[in-house]
Design a binder for this molecule. Structure first.
Ligand SMILES: [Ca+2]
Ligand SMILES: [Ca+2]
Ligand SMILES: [Ca+2]
Length: 348
């Protein structure tokens, strides 16, 4: 029987999956859901879900060693481990997060983080090989309270083979997925019925207190953005998908949107067919400082296009961004009802 590496996947939305911890005082990753603000992140999966947090404030001692241990992986295989992490408030980040491979009583470090403490979700991947059965261990170490901040961890995934050989994208290669890392993937700008174009952008936006600080796919990549500054209130930009085949059954569109800023206008998604737009989804006004996931199930039995339209609000703090659009045939997966954000484990 072939080994299914997805047993080591976890988005932490409904528990710890197959991960466990050594129960020691002052040494635990907590599963939390928090309402994001400019000082703390929401989760990576949906923007409103759960993630793991290791934080010196959660520890009764002045330092901690938090170890999260994965399921046993068979030996004689090559693996690609991917995950998202975010560091905040560290002066010394060298031991903030490391990944070890544990075989019996010996362990070997296979990855250590080398990022500044920037408070954004970034992804990384590690290729490793093991001759004997082994476990992956995520370790956050804080030696002195004063040098430490928080480490967040989310969306761990494991696949077989070398990370280098599986596409550069952080997500499994899906047809119908666009992360904007290599252009518009067949999406096109509307040149007729709007007042400007979506911009491909990387990193923070030029106006403060609006727009994302980084993209959703990797933390280093590109997203599509409507910069409010050169536009007038009520003007819009439109992005068109390539013509899509009709089908009898439902189709699922999912994407991430970023609507942060006091004057945020409207983001809408339309089904364009027979020369007309039909509204599928719409949201107005400031939503969150985090990237949030939207899913839209729709039907069209004839050829159609999907249109993303952002409309500028009343002020320059009106940026709207989108990233990681996925189009799949079939119904959208049923997502469990989320607990209200911030209802448990309020941090701060
Ligand atoms: Ca999550
Ligand atoms: Ca991206
Ligand atoms: Ca345009």
């Amino acid at each position: 029987p072939t080994f299914d590496p997805s047993i080591a996947n976890c988005d932490f939305e409904s528990g710890f999956c197959r991960y466990s911890q050594e129960q020691m005082i002052g040494s635990s990753w907590r599963r939390v859901s928090v309402k994001p603000n400019i000082f703390r992140n929401g989760d990576h999966t949906t923007g409103a879900g759960y993630f793991l947090l290791a934080h010196s404030w959660l520890s009764p001692l002045s330092g901690y060693v938090s170890r999260l241990i994965g399921p046993t992986l068979p030996g004689n295989m090559k693996y690609c481990l991917r995950f998202y992490f975010s560091l905040r408030g560290f002066n010394q980040t060298d031991q903030a997060l490391a990944v070890y491979l544990q075989q019996g009583s010996s362990q070997e470090r296979i990855w250590t983080q080398g990022e500044k403490s920037r408070g954004i979700w970034i992804t990384t991947d590690v290729t490793f090989q093991t001759s004997k059965p082994a476990k992956v261990v995520f370790v956050s170490t804080c030696k002195s309270f004063w040098d430490c901040g928080s480490v967040a961890l989310d969306d761990i995934s494991l696949s077989l083979g070398d990370c280098e050989l599986t596409e550069g994208s952080a997500l499994p290669t899906l047809t119908g997925h666009c992360d904007f890392e290599a252009g518009l993937c067949g999406y096109t700008q509307d040149k007729q019925s709007d007042s400007g174009d979506w911009e491909l952008r990387r990193g923070p936006t030029p106006t403060s207190y609006t727009g994302p600080r980084a993209d959703h796919s990797t933390g280093f990549g590109y997203y599509l953005h409507m910069e409010a500054s050169p536009m007038l209130s009520g003007q819009s930009v439109r992005l068109l998908s390539r013509p899509l085949r009709g089908s009898r059954g439902p189709q699922c569109l999912s994407f991430y949107y970023h609507m942060y800023g006091s004057g945020t206008g409207q983001l809408s998604v339309h089904l364009h067919k027979d020369g007309e737009d039909a509204l599928l989804w719409k949201l107005s006004g400031e939503q969150s400082v985090a990237w949030l996931r939207a899913t839209v199930e729709y039907r069209s039995n004839i050829q159609h296009q999907i249109v993303f339209e952002a409309t500028r609000g009343s002020s320059v703090r009106s940026d709207i961004a989108i990233d990681d659009i996925t189009l799949e045939s079939g119904p959208c997966p049923v997502t469990k009802i989320e607990a209200p954000v911030g209802s448990s484990n309020e941090i701060e």
